[in-house]
Write a protein that binds this ligand. Sequence first.
Ligand code: ADP
Ligand code: MG
Length: 731
Amino acid sequence: MSSIRFTAIKNIAKNAISYEVKSSEKVTSIFNENVFTLKTARHYLSDDAYKSLLASTSGGKKIDRAMGNNIANGMKAWAEEKGVSHFTHWFQPLTGLSAEKHDSFFTLKGDGTAIQEFDGGALIQQEPDASSFPSGGLRATFEARGYTAWDPSSPAFVMETGQGKTLCIPTIFVSYTGESLDTKTPLIKAVVALDKAAVDVCQYFDKNVSKVNATLGWEQEYFLVDAGLATARPDLLLTGRTVFGHAPAKGQQLEDHYFGAIPERVYAFMKDFETESYRLGIPLRTRHNEVAPAQFECAPIYEELNLAVDHNTLLMDVMTRVAKRHNLMVLLHEKPFAGINGSGKHNNWSMSTDTGVNLLAPGKTPKTNLMFLTFFVNTIKAVHDYAELLRAAIASAGNDHRLGANEAPPAIISIFIGKYLTEVLQQIEKRVSGNFDETDEAILKLDIHKSIPELMLDNTDRNRTSPFAFTGNKFEFRAVGSSANCAVPMTVLNTIMAETLTNFKKDVDALIEKGDKKEVAIMQIIQKYIVESKKVLFEGDGYSEEWEKEAAKRGLPNVKTTPESLDAYASDKAKKLFEDHHIYNHLELEARHEIMLEAYIKKVQIEARVMGELATTQIIPAALKYQNSLIENIRGLKEAGLSADTYHAQKEILEKINEHINVISTNVKSMIEARKKANDIAHSREKAIAYCDEVKGKYFDIIRYRTDKLEVLIDDSLWPLPKYRELLFLR
Ligand code: ADP
Ligand code: MG
């Protein structure tokens, strides 16, 4: 009897009731409880310190040393009242996760007196050891040292881990010479670039606009499985996905899970992590079952981009931690189960002005509609011009299993805008160039504002097959993977938008200089951009084969694997783009490219190792055991004098098992050879491609196929790994 699996199954009932939901607290009474919000700051800071913090959060003003000390003292006083003893600079290195290094407030004075201290220096800057985080060669070029610097635009918070409480200071992480070593620094720079470019364009429509904020509302999908069962699966533990597992008799074919009732144990977990999230100021709004069994989703109310990114990173951490209390494990991997829907993280994105206008919401008047059209068409143009870069920004070993797998958006970047807006763009396009004098009458009378709600009712808009869809007042980037750090795709999206808007302004100004009326000039450039980028628009079924063919005809890129898609980061076009907008210098960009390749190589390498080891040490031995019992059985029947045709079924199974074992064993051996060969390749790109094509491409499927065949052939009581039906349906 394979004990780990069956012990885990036996323990499920016990695990399920081991956690009681606390009586629910009103969200409004706990929201932001653990956040040093401006309101809290007002309470704990002197007038001057508060003003300084305010100027820095809203206007990016530097905080001087003395004020830093004041603010740090106020934060410490607040935190101590909550029983906090330690502080940490909380940052997001290029592992894609969050990192922290805790220091105590406790320190000794020169004479040995023990005191609690937190000064401005400790608040503003720290020096964690940079050498153990990925740096993509920046470390070799520069000094190993790196430092974290306070980002006042994201508020400090108190993280509760068991009995421990820590004051967390959101920071950026940069090398000693200033190169960014995290995902936040470039994001903040991209937000600044977009702000500038968008404000410039807004001036055509409204002189009062002085700031444009990018907004993000993410939707987080995840799987939830019993921790005991998950622990009995080394592949889940080490890679986040199952490398083996036969499809269960019941999968998602009944479609009975989506939006169905949330199981009690899951509900207890949700309540618990939501409560923690509210305390941390994460404005969660929705929760529901997803399409696959054991798959769920949560989403907050959208926020300013930088904060939304921090909140998603924080949420993934909170969920993972809280799940343990419930003897559950959260799977954030894009494809934990073959043959079952994967998980994504839709990034709902828009821009809003400090005058309170959502730039992607159709307006009520011709003027505001022209503003809407401007930003709408510029987004289309940006996505069209930089589709490869957007594709690269969502590339990962995990997401490769999902994109284009007939359930998630394909690797082809296209945009869905709906029937009505398609018509609007077609009408604008049809105008003979320069014939825009009657724009106010003819074009802008298009009643975009009134027609959008109608459009939203049209069910074609629920086109979930598009990787980038306009959904009424925002674009939804759906191809982002569930485990991704939103900062990566959002840095690209905001940068390409900044670039496109900057060019738009130049193009329009050139026409105005030639004597065109402003509105006419704007319409002409909008028309030009529609013509140049319309091939990225697609309203049909993104999962279909016809689309793949059609996209190829249109010349749209369709890069299927991570190593190749990452080339976009190394292109001259990308270098120029990022340097022009001060997001990455070429060294930083090359470092990112290198880090992403390395991450890919390591992930596939670990998967290959787990696969080989499991096959050799668990699967084949189980198969041999069953074979032996069959042999014993046949021998017994023979000895009893029965003829061969009475045990032909046993013989058949024996032969099948033999064949599977042989194929598995041969392929595991060859896979190890392929890995060795790949490991000898010095150049990261070629090495990643070797891992993709020669290791994963040649061996993963065949080894898995044969293993899954064995799973449904041999005695269930001998099978060592928890099966899909157990992982997906037992809770
Ligand atoms: P869905 O139908 O995809 O579930 P929702 O209407 O529930 O769409 O919205 C999904 C997410 O989009 C939510 O997080 C929501 O706050 C966010 N969202 C709505 N408006 C905006 C906006 N202007 N900018 C960014 N995100 C937004
Ligand atoms: Mg959505």
